[in-house]
Design a protein around this ligand. Structure first.
Ligand code: NOJ
Length: 582
């Protein structure tokens, strides 16, 4: 400890930024709101649009430019809004269309851009299209993927056309008595997959984008992109091809689990890219036709790195502005080394196409919260990391104040992924813990709702840890986050600076500087050991005396403190931002 041994990697990763004037989303800060859990304005125990409107100044205050709302459309709520029964209507428990228009207006009036969630892979089984498809109405007959099934040669019984498994477990095929056929659902039984080989489906979905563009939204987060296409029927067999079982089933032994199969026929088919490019055309055309601000697409795809790069565009077509970068979410955990952190930064920066922006996503409503995944002690470090990398940062509501997962009992569980399991295994599948209500203050239900029963319980003790308390405290996770976003906005180093990094033992250090402004050094002690570092000589052009601009809550450092570059003591799990003044 305390020795500068073990400098085993010095890298130079240069990100080709340097744009003089940035469009609103470039280098932007995006905030994901999970509407059901953000703020309930009418006391029914469920968050809503007026609640969000009430708290929009908070979102602005913490330094955001874009706000993405998880789905607020009409839905039976089998998958909490990711099962839409009318794409053009607002779910009544969230408010009315007028409430949404008022929210968009309020967002714009304070300089925020509002992004809606577009769920194109599947509708609800209660959508009019599906009802008409069941009824064999000619226009809608092939809006979904239907098949008679196959007859089992041994038993003579009818069975699903292939072995495909749903993301939510069990067969991806469900029998429909009325139509006397199976339909495909890559997610829940109540979420039939649309058929993108039908041009009418493609056009109807574009019209939905146009419907909301007309109402002033600033873009879309596009759900479940890799699932848009499946292999077509094999003419030789008249059915769909079975997917192979993964080579080593020890990581996923249960055949009912999605991870048990290798999804070569149902996931990330080459056809998905063209659809994304077509959607990009729709939003770009809108901007040209109506001379609006840029409309952006954010795409959700848990897929290969190569596919994520292709999501940006193929050199001829533009695609997603922000293909969510899930690499770190998938690959890093509380045991990961500083080298790994550095690797995933450079991997994206060094391989992304020219002229696009990197983006960094560390949490969302489908994954355990940052503070739970990486350890509460690293909560600030992770935010320092996210906010100081080159490109776009995406923050899931709650991560800005170090919120951990809430506890949700089996009895209180509502997530279909949890409910498809059992009391002994549900926690492995459940997404409820990261969806529990936001903690605003120390009043009933943490100020989220005045109801006696909330849709999910408030999952954490909130009496002393909530937004009000963190704002009132001399220092807090939230205050650190606000300092970060302000710094990022005001300093050229964070909008056009390169990324130069060094790993010393388990500490990641990276420098950001631009042609103008100050030079910054981020020091992330990712490991579990304190380290004393000699900062001199690690990077070119770093001479003089640095000061601490901000650091993790329990670092013991004071903002503005001048430090000794020869011997800078870092604490395990703590992050630091140092400034070299010009
Ligand atoms: C991804 C969404 O983020 C998740 O919450 C949802 O269950 C699935 N797509 C299905 O829409």
């Amino acid at each position: 400890m305390g020795k500068l041994i073990g400098i085993f990697l010095i890298v130079f990763a240069v990100c080709h930024l340097g744009y003089s004037e940035l469009d609103w989303w470039e280098n932007g800060n995006f905030y994901q709101i999970y509407p059901r859990s953000f703020k309930d304005s009418n006391g029914d125990g469920i968050g809503d649009l007026n609640g969000i409107k009430e708290k929009l100044d908070y979102v602005k205050d913490i330094g955001m430019q874009g706000v993405w709302l998880s789905p607020i459309f009409q839905s039976p709520m089998a998958d909490f809004g990711y099962d839409i029964s009318d794409y053009t209507k607002v779910q009544p428990e969230y408010g009315t269309s007028d409430d949404l228009l008022a929210l968009i207006e309020k967002a714009h009036s304070i300089g925020l851009h509002l992004i809606l969630d577009f769920v194109p892979n599947h509708t609800s089984d209660e959508h009019e299209w599906f009802k008409r498809s069941i009824a064999n109405d000619s226009y809608y007959r092939d809006f979904y993927i239907w098949h008679d099934g196959v007859i089992n040669a041994t038993t003579g019984a009818r069975q699903p056309p292939s072995n495909w498994v749903s993301q939510f477990r069990y067969s991806a095929w469900e029998w429909n008595d009325q139509r006397q056929q199976y339909y495909l659902h890559q997610f829940g039984v109540k979420q039939p997959d649309l058929n993108y080989r039908n041009p009418n489906v493609v056009e109807e979905m574009k019209n939905i984008l146009r419907f909301w563009l007309e109402r002033g939204v600033d873009g879309f987060r596009i759900d479940a992109v890799p699932f848009l296409f499946e292999a077509d029927i094999d003419p030789a067999t008249g059915t769909y091809p079975d997917e192979p079982v993964i080579a080593d089933t020890s990581s996923c032994p249960d055949p009912n689990d999605w991870c048990h199969l290798n999804h070569i026929y149902t996931n990330s088919l080459p056809e998905i890219f063209d659809i994304v490019y077509q959607w990009r055309d729709v939003v770009d055309q809108w901007k040209r036709d109506y001379d609006t601000d840029t409309k952006v697409l954010l795409t959700e795809a848990y897929t290969s790195f190569e596919n994520l790069m292709r999501m940006y565009g193929d050199g001829v077509h533009n695609g997603s502005n922000i293909p969510f970068n899930f690499e770190m979410m998938a690959e890093l955990n509380n045991q990961s080394s500083a080298e790994k952190y550095d690797y995933y930064v450079r991997h994206w920066l060094d391989n992304m196409p020219q002229g696009v922006y990197a983006n960094w996503v560390l949490g969302n409503h489908d994954n355990p919260r940052l503070a739970s995944r990486f350890g509460a002690q690293r909560a600030d470090l992770m935010n320092i990391f996210l906010q100081t990398l080159p490109g776009i940062a995406v923050t899931y509501n709650g991560e800005e104040y170090g919120l951990e997962d809430g506890y949700v009992s089996w009895e209180d569980s509502v997530d279909p992924q949890a409910c498809n399991a059992d009391p002994s295994t549900y926690l492995k599948y459940s997404r409820d813990p990261e969806r529990t209500p936001f903690l605003w203050d120390n009043s009933k239900n943490a100020g989220f709702s005045t109801a006696d029963h909330t849709w999910l319980p408030v999952g954490q003790s909130y009496e002393n840890n909530n937004i009000d308390a963190q704002l009132a405290a001399e220092n807090s996770h939230l205050k650190i986050f606000k300092q970060l976003t302000a710094l990022r906005k005001s300093e050229p180093a964070f909008s056009s600076g390169d990324y130069e990094s060094v790993v010393v033992n388990n500490v990641l250090l990276y420098k950001r500087s631009a042609d103008t402004g100050n030079t910054y050094l981020m020091i992330l002690n990712i490991g579990d050991q304190d380290e004393v570092l000699n900062l001199n000589g690690l990077f070119d052009d770093l001479s003089g005396t640095p000061e601490v601009v901000l650091s993790s809550l329990y670092s013991g450092r004071i903002n503005g403190e001048i430090v000794d570059a020869d011997s800078f003591a870092t604490k395990a799990y703590n992050g630091y931002v140092l400034r070299w003044t010009d």
